[in-house]
Design a binder for this molecule. Structure first.
Ligand SMILES: NC(=O)c1ccc[n+]([C@@H]2O[C@H](COP(=O)([O-])OP(=O)(O)OC[C@H]3O[C@@H](n4cnc5c(N)ncnc54)[C@H](OP(=O)(O)O)[C@@H]3O)[C@@H](O)[C@H]2O)c1
Length: 244
């Protein structure tokens, strides 16, 4: 991998939306067809079977633009080890995708330890990783920090109640990332929070409405189209702005 290429980091690349983002960026590149190099981060590379299968497909096609790296986003040693492999390499797009839903407990059965875990993965970890990789992103001409949030983090769109752990973690994530967008705008780094739709993945379940391929095609378009003028945006995969 060389320093002049377009580099993308994707967390939670072992399955679901992260895996499909990896696949589409590796094979289709970014807007205008520019090829890119993907650093696919996952917490257990050896057992990430779908990601390993994708890596085989990539090398069978004679491409060498995918590397798989270990990263548990909630483990600070793991984050440090991951960051140290990048040294001063500019990162054009960081996609904080790893997340968990956690138990959908009713009010009277909220488990505080689980709440900590969900909050850590969905909110604190993406902010911490963005902080640790900030200098790499800043080195890029177009540096973007993209976080896969959820419309369930929108208070304005909440008509169903419940899902205390997940909803609150994504609302807090949006709040923190919005602050980040204000703090780093003058440094030329774009920050955005994206809702991928209700997507057919392990998290979204089989009755979800949006096929993962369609969601990711939309997310890639929105990531391409959103620039510094719109930093701090909270949009869905179709590019529509969402209420906080
Ligand atoms: N699917 C939907 O309908 C939907 C809707 C709105 C928002 N989202 C958001 O989209 C993102 C991806 O969701 P998905 O549907 O693709 O979920 P998924 O199929 O359940 O995949 C979750 C991914 O996150 C990874 N992950 C979890 N904890 C991690 C950790 N501590 N360190 C590193 N990776 C970790 C998982 O890795 P392992 O394989 O190692 O477990 C897996 O790769 C999430 O942020 C989610 O909140 C999804």
């Amino acid at each position: 991998m060389n320093h002049n290429s377009f580099y993308i980091i994707i967390t939670g690349a072992s399955r679901g939306i992260g895996l499909e983002l990896t696949k589409q960026y590796v094979f289709n590149g970014v807007s205008g067809g520019q090829s890119c190099r993907v650093i696919a981060a996952c917490r257990d590379p050896e057992n990430a079977q779908q990601l390993q299968a994708l890596a085989h497909e990539v090398s069978r096609k004679g491409q060498n633009n995918l590397v798989i790296r270990e990263l548990d986003v909630t483990n600070q040693d793991s984050v440090q080890a991951f960051v140290s492999t990048l040294r001063d390499r500019p990162i054009d797009v960081l996609i904080n995708n790893a997340g968990m839903f956690g138990p959908n407990a009713p009010l009277l059965d909220v488990d505080i330890d689980k709440w900590h875990e969900v909050f850590h993965i969905n909110c604190m970890a993406p902010v911490y990783l963005s902080q640790q990789l900030f200098e790499n992103v800043r080195q890029s001409q177009i540096g973007k920090i993209v976080t896969i949030s959820s419309d369930m983090g929108s208070i304005g769109l909440n008509e169903g109640g419940g899902a205390y752990l997940y909803r609150s973690s994504k609302s807090a994530l949006n709040s923190a990332m919005y602050s980040l967008s204000l703090d780093v705008k003058s440094m030329g780094v774009t920050v955005m929070m994206l809702h991928p739709g209700h997507v057919i993945t392990d998290m979204g379940g089989p009755n979800a409405k949006v096929p993962v391929q369609e969601s990711v095609e939309g997310l890639r378009r929105v990531i391409d189209d959103t620039n510094l003028d719109e930093t701090g945006a909270f949009k869905n995969w179709l590019g529509e702005s969402l209420p906080w």
